[in-house]
Design a binder for this molecule. Sequence first.
Ligand code: ZN
Length: 407
Amino acid sequence: MRKISLENTQAAGKKTIKEVNQKLILNLIREHQPISRVEISNRTELQRSTVTIITERLLNENWVYEGESGPSNTNGGGRRPRNMYLNPDKQHVLGVEVGREQTILAVADLNGKILSRKLTETKRDASVFFPALAKAIKSYARESRLRTGVEVTGVGIGLGGYIEKATGRIIAAENFGWMDVPAGDLLRKSLDLPLYFENNAKLAAFAEIWFGREKGRRNFIYISTRDGLGTGVIINGEIYNGARDGAAEFGHFALFPYGERCACGNYGCWEVYASDMATVRRYLQMSKSTENASDHSPDINISHLIQRARQADDAAKKALQGTAEYLGLGIANLVFGFNPEAVLIGDSLMEAWDIIAEIIHTTVRSRVPSYYLEGLEIIPSSIKESHSLLGAIALTLAHDFSISRNL
Ligand SMILES: [Zn+2]
């Protein structure tokens, strides 16, 4: 659950307090709808009269609407409290997930429900791709407005690699072949909507707080192996970004200091061993050395590989088991570093959970003393697909529900 940050309210004027209370109530309605004024008052400890004034304003501004009545809280005869709902069509947002192979665009309502989506190819030449993406966003937002009658008011964009959030500059996305790309500037040239940027793995972690099973968790780590190895670290319910947005790049932690070369220029990085590309590479090497290997096609992707592992392709199974062990090694380090409540594995490897889970657990247990593991869960994500896309939607929505703009 994302909490409204109250840090910026010291010495706040009346207007700010009014705004904070309004956002607090709006957020409460979003999370607990349908909810009555009485319940809002109980949960916020705000006076009933204050709640009435604020909810009237939210009704007048169309942020919320009144629905059917809730149960009476007195023994018969009492007036039944009217329930309030968030108006999902007050405004819409657009989420974009730029993946290595494809980019997904989606329009979502204020509840974060995806209303439509479209796919486009991610072109390698950034100077061609981002201007084209700006056009695609613009026409998709227009198309959506014509179809639904609701404005798109903001765009959240998930990118791979080290991203400068405020500007949308890609400092380094080695696996995309993009270094120092002013993606934000290229998009803003023809888009005048508010744009919000974040790294894809961090967004996937944020989606878990906003939409997933992890709503109640305050400290956890999300791992994606899809485009390299990305991690999102959630500390006290917030994405951890570090001093200059470059935190949590654990894909480049050295697992083996004299190991294989990584796209970042170093040797033995975690992602060289545990990313989907690494798993496929390991499989191709192993199946080449097996005489009766059926197909050495270099076009094979992780989903094919998982299917083959299920069809008793020994090399495919071994490649996945190898990845599970490397994941376990890296996770052991993260457990020492963060003492998380949970480590979530998302994206592609969720499909192979039954093949990899036990090896991950055994490896972590063999490296980390049991007293560090108490209460720790290592589990697949609760979100089934498009984690970063949902995170991009949540990031954009969060700007409507948060006082703090330092998301
Ligand atoms: Zn590296």
